[in-house]
Design a protein around this ligand. Structure first.
Ligand SMILES: [Zn+2]
Length: 103
């Protein structure tokens, strides 16, 4: 459906902002972020989320660290300084937009 396609494109930005916000507070991993986004009403699969995390890492917005959790290697992501700059800018823009469209 065209509506789905358009919404997915829009939500991609929201999701990236959401990731930057949480990965700034504490290191996050894929499964945790999936649950968080689901709680916020996003219908997203790991097949969609993982490539987003990878590309954000490639863009220098997230820093990846492998941690051994009970014998399994888990990839943790933390927001970089560059990511924080982007997050601040996005927050201002989101707030500005929200004020305008809220009613
Ligand atoms: Zn959240």
């Amino acid at each position: 459906m065209l509506e789905d396609k358009i919404l997915r494109k829009l939500f991609l930005g929201f999701i990236q902002i959401h990731i930057l916000h949480h990965a700034k507070e504490h290191p996050i991993f894929g499964a945790w972020m999936l649950e968080e986004l689901t709680e916020h009403g996003y219908n997203i699969s790991s097949g969609t989320l993982y490539p987003i995390l990878h590309s954000m890492e490639a863009d220098g917005l997230l820093e990846k660290e492998d941690k051994n959790v009970e014998g399994k290697i888990r990839k943790y992501y933390t927001t970089t300084t560059k990511g924080e700059t982007i997050l601040n800018e996005a927050r201002n823009k989101a707030y500005e937009l929200f004020k305008e469209i809220k009613d």
